[in-house]
Design a protein around this ligand. Structure first.
Ligand SMILES: [Zn+2]
Length: 158
């Protein structure tokens, strides 16, 4: 299932992690007003919020109330409530800053945009069509994966 989100103010790190996992997570710094709610309904976006008032207004069919202050627990809340499984096929396919799908970048085009040792050891690069940042798999990814494993570990304990 392709999950899409509208992430409320105060949940910026959660939005970035959902993007890391490959999900479309639109983040609003201005809070969720009626215009934003219309957008969410139209695009089938789950609203993630720390506002009990907003959650009560929208209901559990289209929103999740986030309890925790800690982004790791916030990610766990979302995946547990919605039953989201880790999908390696979409992991790191989206820009963490812009929320846009990354595009394949031919290796020769990456040469001037990444450190020389990265260019020598990595074969596959992706780039954001908007901010032009280049992404690749490397040691920082295994650190990320260790943290991601802990998101799902707890669910298995239940
Ligand atoms: Zn970007």
């Amino acid at each position: 299932m392709e999950w899409k989100f509208l992430v409320d103010i105060m949940l910026g790190r959660l939005a970035r992690w959902l993007r890391t996992l490959g999900y479309d997570a639109f983040y609003t710094r201005n809070g969720i007003d009626s215009r934003m709610m219309v957008l969410a309904y139209r695009e089938n976006r789950f609203i993630l919020t720390r506002s009990k008032r907003l959650y009560n207004k929208i209901g559990p069919e289209l929103s999740v109330f986030i309890n925790s202050d800690d982004f790791r627990d916030q990610v766990r809340e979302v995946i547990n409530v919605l039953g989201i499984k880790f999908d390696r096929n979409i992991f790191l396919t989206r820009c963490l800053n812009c929320n846009l799908p990354l595009m394949e970048l031919p290796k020769e085009d990456a040469q001037l945009k990444v450190p020389p040792y990265v260019f020598q050891t990595v074969n596959r690069f992706r780039a954001c069509p908007q901010c032009r940042r280049v992404f690749w798999s490397g040691t920082h990814i295994s650190e990320m994966e260790k943290l991601i494993d802990t998101f799902w570990e707890r669910k298995g304990d239940q």
